[in-house]
Design a protein around this ligand. Structure first.
Ligand code: BGC
Length: 385
C-alpha cells in the first residue's frame, strides 16, 4: 500500500514538472508564431508571388504588410467600445496594388517622397534628370519608385514586439538617382497600439533621400465616409505655400489667420472649401507643414468624434505633408463597399520638405557615402471615452 502511494506521488510529481515544462515551451513557441503570421497574398502579372505578414499585439490589434512596395494593406484600431476595425484605405484585390496603385495606398515611398521640380536637381556640380511622372515634376521617387519594388522581409526574432525588417537595394541610376542606396525599414507593432517605423539608408555616391509612408487613414472604419468630420491638430506655426504644380514657392508662411492653422484642433472640413488661393491650388489640403520643435516629438493628433478613435503622430522629421485625399476619384471599390470617393482618406506623411534638392533654404536631403540616413515615425492609436 505504502509503495503504491510513494509510486503515485512520484508519478504525480513527474507529471507536474514535465507538464509545466511542456506548457512553457508551448507558450514561447506559440507566442512567437502567433504575433507574426505569414501567408500567400497573390501573384503579380509577371508571376512573382507576394507574401503577406500579419502582426498582432496583445490587445488583438493587427497590421498586414506585403513584400510588394512594403505596403500596409490593413491596420486595425479600437473604437471607444473596444471594437477593432480596419482604418487604412486599400484595394479589395491584390491586383489593385500591382496594376498602378495611382494613389500610393499604404506604400513605402522612396527614394524621394513628394515632388522634385522639373524632375531634376544638381549635386556637386552634376545635374541629374529623374523620372518625370507628375506633369513637369517627379513625384514619390518616379513611376517605378520604392512603392513598386519587392522588399526582402525578415521577421525580427527576439524583438520585444512583433517587428518586420524590410530591405531594398536601389541600384545606382535607378529612376535617374545617383548612387546605390541600401534601405532598411522596420515596422513594429507595440502593445500600446502604436506602429513604429524606423528608416535607415546608406549610399555609395552622393544622393538625395526622403523616405516616408503613404497610408491613408479613415478613423471611422467606413471607407465610403469622407474624412472632413475628423478633428486635426498639427504642431506647426508655418506651412509651405505651393505653385500650380504643387512645388513650394520657398516662402515659409505663418498659419495664423489662414485655413492652414491647425495649432488648435478643428475639423478638417471646417475651412477646406474656403475661398483661398492655396486651397484652390491643392484642391484642398495638400501641403507641407513646418513642424515646431526638433527630435522625436508629438506633431499631430487626429480625433474622430463618432467612434472616439484617436491617432497621434510622432516624428523626428522637420515636415509633414497633410493631404486630404483630393485626388481620390471613385475609380476603385473600397474594402467596406462603395467606391473610394473624393476625400475619403487623409495622409500625414512625415518627411523633409518637397523639392529640397533645389531649395537651398530647406534642410538638406543629401546623403553622402559614409553617412547613415536615420529617421523615425510613430502612429499611435487610442480612444477618447
Ligand atoms: C501628394 C499628392 C499626391 C498623392 C498621390 C501625396 O503625397 O501630396 O499631391 O496626389 O500623394 O496619391
Amino acid at each position: 500500500m505504502k509503495e503504491i502511494t510513494y509510486n503515485s506521488i512520484f508519478i504525480l510529481l513527474f507529471l507536474i514538472i514535465f507538464g509545466c515544462k511542456k506548457e512553457n515551451n508551448k507558450q514561447d513557441i506559440s507566442g512567437k508564431m502567433e504575433n507574426v503570421h505569414t501567408s500567400d497574398y497573390g501573384i503579380t502579372p509577371k508571376g512573382d508571388s507576394i507574401k503577406k505578414y500579419t502582426l498582432t499585439n496583445k490587445n488583438g490589434m493587427k497590421i498586414e504588410v506585403i513584400n510588394f512596395g512594403g505596403i500596409i494593406t490593413s491596420l486595425t484600431a479600437p473604437d471607444r467600445n473596444g471594437k477593432y476595425e480596419d482604418v487604412v484605405l486599400g484595394f479589395t484585390k491584390p491586383e489593385g496594388y500591382f496594376e498602378g496603385n495611382p494613389y500610393y495606398f499604404g506604400a513605402l515611398i522612396g527614394r524621394y517622397g513628394n515632388r522634385i521640380a522639373n524632375a531634376k536637381f544638381s549635386l556637386e556640380g552634376k545635374t541629374f534628370e529623374i523620372d518625370k511622372n507628375d506633369g513637369p515634376n517627379s513625384l514619390h521617387g518616379g513611376k517605378e519608385g520604392f512603392h513598386t519594388r519587392f522588399w526582402n522581409i525578415e521577421v525580427v526574432k527576439d524583438a520585444k514586439f512583433p517587428t518586420l525588417k524590410l530591405s531594398y537595394t536601389s541600384a545606382d541610376g535607378e529612376e535617374g538617382y545617383p548612387g546605390k542606396l541600401t534601405t532598411t525599414v522596420f515596422y513594429t507593432l507595440t502593445d500600446d497600439n502604436a506602429l513604429e517605423i524606423s528608416y535607415e539608408a546608406e549610399t555609395d555616391k552622393p544622393t538625395v533621400v526622403n523616405l516616408t509612408q503613404h497610408s491613408y487613414f479613415n478613423l471611422s472604419g467606413n471607407f465610403t465616409k469622407t474624412i472632413t468630420d475628423h478633428e486635426l491638430q498639427i504642431n506647426a506655426d508655418h506651412f509651405l505655400p505651393v505653385n500650380e504644380t504643387l512645388i513650394p514657392t520657398g516662402e515659409q508662411k505663418a498659419v495664423k489667420g489662414t485655413p492652414f492653422d491647425f495649432t488648435v484642433s478643428k475639423s478638417i472640413g471646417k475651412e477646406i472649401n474656403a475661398d483661398d488661393d492655396q486651397l484652390k491650388k491643392g484642391k484642398g489640403y495638400d501641403h507641407n507643414w513646418i513642424l515646431n520643435g526638433k527630435g522625436l516629438r508629438s506633431i499631430a493628433k487626429v480625433y474622430h468624434p463618432e467612434t472616439g478613435r484617436i491617432m497621434e503622430v510622432f516624428t523626428d522629421e522637420p515636415g509633414v505633408q497633410f493631404y486630404s485625399g483630393n485626388f481620390l476619384d471613385g475609380k476603385f471599390d473600397t474594402k467596406t463597399g462603395g467606391k473610394n470617393e473624393f476625400r475619403t482618406g487623409f495622409c500625414l506623411e512625415t518627411q523633409h520638405f518637397p523639392d529640397s534638392p533645389n531649395q537651398s533654404s530647406f534642410p538638406s536631403t543629401e546623403l553622402k557615402p559614409g553617412q547613415k540616413y536615420q529617421s523615425k515615425t510613430i502612429y499611435k492609436f487610442s480612444v477618447k471615452k
